[in-house]
Design a protein around this ligand. Sequence first.
Ligand code: NDP
Length: 467
Amino acid sequence: MAVTKPQVGLVGLGTMGAALALNIAEKGFPIAVWNRTASVTQDFHAGAGTLAPRVVATETLADLVAAMSPPRSIILMVPAGKAVDDMLAQLAPHLQPDDLVIDAGNANFHDTNRRAASGLPFRFMGIGVSGGEEGARHGPAIMAGGQREDWSRMAGVFRAIAAKADDGTPCADHMGEAGAGHFVKAVHNGIEYADMQMISEVYGVMRDGLGMSASQIAPVFARWNEGVLRSYLVEISAAVAGAVDPVTGGPLLDVIVDAAGQKGTGRWTAIEAQNLGTPIPVIEAAVMARNVSSRRGERAAGEALYGPAPQRVDLELDDLEQALIAGKILCYAQGFAMMTAAAGEFGWALDMPAIARVWRAGCIIRSAMLNDMAEALSQDPTRNLMLAPFFADLLRETTPALRRVVAAGALHGLGLPALSGGLAWFDLMRTARGTANMIQGQRDFFGLHGFQRLDGLDHPHGPWAAG
Ligand code: NDP
């Protein structure tokens, strides 16, 4: 097979880079590759099988650039942070102004904003890639940030390699300028934490509150996966609950330590939400719960001191399904509101329906409900999802069950931070006359911060200010 000189290159043949390079080659695009450790490049080429003729393995960055025809587009798949800055600096002497470097790692979007504004001597984009190694190899979700003309240059490649939604649409799109792609990926990861936490909360109610075994819980998740909750995470929860431990022959779930790991991407989202002043209590609760999960010793001491939580709640399985539906809507409403706030703050034209569409396949949070979210956001991209008629109807239907579940958890000592955080936010958001008038009074009392009056009169301080 004669190889056309590639216009696409890739740096960093680790887990993700190797899978992405094979995916690109498989879709018919010749690709030049380079890795810091040269033997990895050779091994990659040797293992590329029938795709090897489309792969040009290079030993130096100068070779990589020389092996490509301009204008070049080079994807970086190296660890976020210093490695990206180092690679940009090392590539700079070899590249032309019209060449494009694409950081496809999990960069902090502030870094991507900084790099985009730093006057690099070539074009630059930051893209979020979701779906892990399997996604990278066979179809990731791609959230691209940067200038639209650079997206247009790469759209053919990214759409070809991306996962396809049920309607055939590629899950790759331009999210907005500069760090917008990496920002959307961060929010995706925060929502991933929240979806996982809410599923684990209803699992806990089934296990501890209803006394169900893992093998009884598995078919419940499987059934939910046939309905409104159809999603990758509910599907794999059924598989996890149903798995048998080859050592004991009992449920595998029962022998897994209850301390969740994290790489910190959910924490980034929570921190950024605080910076933006936008509430995402479901995601924050999920980050908190992972942190609590790792404190096994303290939790054991707590149980020894206070006794185990009272068992058994009086709930129907339907209540749990409805609560999960409500919690999910509330979580996504918060996530999209956070992106609306970021668009304003950073001057990005974030395409909200496109974000929902891109998440429909290839990524961990893929779910049927994202179709309805894309539809609701198409009608009004900046309206909070809880105010969209379709989701308002669903919330009217499901929040009574969410209340029953949260109340049962509170009464019986089952911690449900994400579900109850979502419900508290919902109740605040549906209350026209809130309670912050008391806070404003207190702030004026001790700090003369002043307040506005409902009647518009000009008396900005309380009587305590007179003295
Ligand atoms: P790996 O550790 O598997 O691979 C890292 C790659 O980067 C290797 O090719 C390594 O080369 C290279 N590298 C490391 N440091 C440097 C450096 N200083 N200069 C040049 N090259 C360097 O990582 P992953 O493939 O898992 O991750 C790559 C990126 O993708 C990260 O940003 C990650 O957060 C992101 N990501 C990962 C996902 C996953 O599921 N793993 C999912 C989505 C994004 P060498 O062989 O010489 O060590």
